[in-house]
Design a protein around this ligand. Structure first.
Ligand SMILES: Cc1cc2nc3c(=O)[nH]c(=O)nc-3n(C[C@H](O)[C@H](O)[C@H](O)COP(=O)(O)OP(=O)(O)OC[C@H]3O[C@@H](n4cnc5c(N)ncnc54)[C@H](O)[C@@H]3O)c2cc1C
Length: 440
């Protein structure tokens, strides 16, 4: 059996690449060892954001309804069954996206054997290969760790534990801690450093306050020492409950990949700007790659970039516009490079007419500008961050200057007009905010 392109992994990056290559006439095979969809669909973004949505509705609906003169009584019914149905629907969709485009899919574990790939005992030849095998949870090396569960398992729990201890203060740990607390669990969160270390102090403080409001006990600068069943001993005391490790991930490097000349380091497979590995016939995309921000949208874009490169239309991934969103309430989103900022401007969501109508006014939009007055950074803390941040990415990509952005007539009232209001603030044109002739 021979294919133009064999793709190892049917997650976000793999099924996107498979679909693109098939649409453009390549005879492509996507091999997946479990089910299509990968971590994002089956044990990451999708279940996690579903539980975020559910917990948001449970904890905020009546407050928002009350503001609008409504009586809203929300209760949990079949949330886990609904989540499972959603996962299967999107998992199936990932596979069909490849097949409907004319690609072939195969369930089985792919092994790299010299210049062929072996799946279910059969050898498959290829002209090109894309490694899209993703990442797996990385657990701390402590005694009794096997008594805990991983972040991937936590978002797939079919019950709400009475007590939960989350280890790890990165985005997954913080999200899990908040939505399980809102679902009724008594949650402690312990983390080696500080929670959400990459975020600004202001954003971190808002999330810490929010976690506290939800009843989560947060212990920073605290490390796990050992686990004994449902008891976790740490450097800052003992905690009881379902122990969830959200302590980072490691790349899934297919066995024997170095035998075909693919260079690997401890953070993943080394690639060039076109996602090509040190073997010119082999590309790598997604979490398995040696890169900084391992998120689904960059994985998907890398799937497109590798495909275009194979199709002879090389383009590069622009990592300066890959945003990160943390699905807490409020959400935190960042994009761009803080290091190039010479001046910041901030617009409070409490001054947004649309946010006031909606009844969710927490947070702000902050933009950073470089020495040429171009937008180079954005941080959004708000219920609407996931949408607002995309506009900031476009502005950065387009190299927009503050004045140009300030003069785009965004829809009023809309949440996204907060982006142009942030630029307007630099010229004392942000009329939604109470200010005087000095702009203060
Ligand atoms: C709890 C959690 C929440 C997250 N939330 C978000 C979010 O909100 N937004 C976001 O952008 N990102 C989020 N992420 C990250 C996101 O899920 C990953 O960046 C994304 O899934 C990476 O896609 P991928 O295609 O590289 O790998 P994966 O999705 O891991 O897919 C790899 C696939 O390859 C298969 N595979 C591996 N080895 C082989 C082999 N030898 N043969 C055949 N198949 C193989 C695996 O079974 C898997 O299906 C989250 C992650 C977690 C854990």
């Amino acid at each position: 059996m021979k294919f133009d392109v064999v793709i190892i992994g049917g997650g976000s990056s793999g099924y996107v690449a498979g679909s693109v290559l098939a649409r453009h006439g390549k005879n492509v095979l996507v091999v997946e060892k479990e089910k299509f969809g990968g971590v994002c669909v089956r044990s990451g973004c999708v279940p996690s954001i579903f539980l975020y949505d559910v917990s948001f509705s449970l904890s905020r609906s009546s407050e928002i309804g009350n503001y609008k003169g409504l009586t809203i009584d929300v209760g949990a019914r079949d949330i886990f069954a609904s989540r499972n149905t959603l996962i299967e629907y999107l998992s199936d969709a990932g596979q069909k996206l490849v097949e409907n485009a004319g690609g072939t899919t195969l369930i089985g574990e792919a092994r790299v054997k010299g210049s062929v790939v072996e799946v279910n005992g059969k050898e498959i030849e290829y002209d090109n290969m894309i490694i899209a095998s993703g990442s797996s949870p990385l657990l701390p090396r402590i005694k009794g760790v096997e008594g805990g569960i991983t972040e991937d398992q936590a978002v797939n729990l079919d019950y709400v534990p009475k007590e939960m201890v989350v280890v790890g203060g990165g985005f997954a740990g913080v999200e899990i801690a908040q939505f399980f607390a809102r679902l009724g669990s008594s949650v402690s969160l312990v983390t080696r450093g500080r929670i959400l270390q990459e975020m600004s102090e202001e954003a971190r403080k808002i999330i810490l306050d929010s976690l506290e409001w939800d009843g989560v006990t947060v212990k920073e600068n605290c490390e796990p020492v050992y686990q004994d069943g449902k008891l976790l001993k740490t450097t800052c005391g003992e905690f009881r409950g379902e122990v969830v490790y959200a302590t980072g991930r490691r790349p899934n490097i297919p066995e024997d990949v170095s035998s075909v000349g693919v260079k690997v380091n401890c953070n993943g497979i080394v690639v060039d700007r076109y996602m090509r590995t040190s073997n010119p016939r082999i590309w790598a995309v997604g979490d398995v790659v040696d890169k900084e921000r391992k998120v689904a949208h960059s994985a998907m874009m890398e799937g497109i970039v590798a495909s275009l490169s194979i199709l002879g239309q090389p383009v590069e991934v622009d990592y300066s516009v890959v945003p990160q969103v943390i699905y807490t309430d409020p959400q935190v989103a960042v994009v761009g490079n803080r290091r190039n900022v010479v001046k910041f401007s901030t617009f409070p969501l409490s001054a947004s007419t649309r946010a006031i109508i909606h009844g969710i006014r927490e947070g702000y939009v902050r933009l950073g500008f470089d020495e040429k007055d171009r937008i180079c950074f954005g941080e959004v803390v708000s219920h609407y961050s996931e949408e607002i941040i995309n506009i900031v990415s476009i502005a950065i990509k387009a190299g927009m200057r503050a004045k140009d952005l300030a003069l785009v007539p965004f829809v009023h009232p809309s949440i996204s007009e907060s982006v142009s209001n942030t630029a307007k603030a630099l010229f004392n044109l942000d009329v939604d905010v109470f200010k005087d002739k000095n702009g203060t």
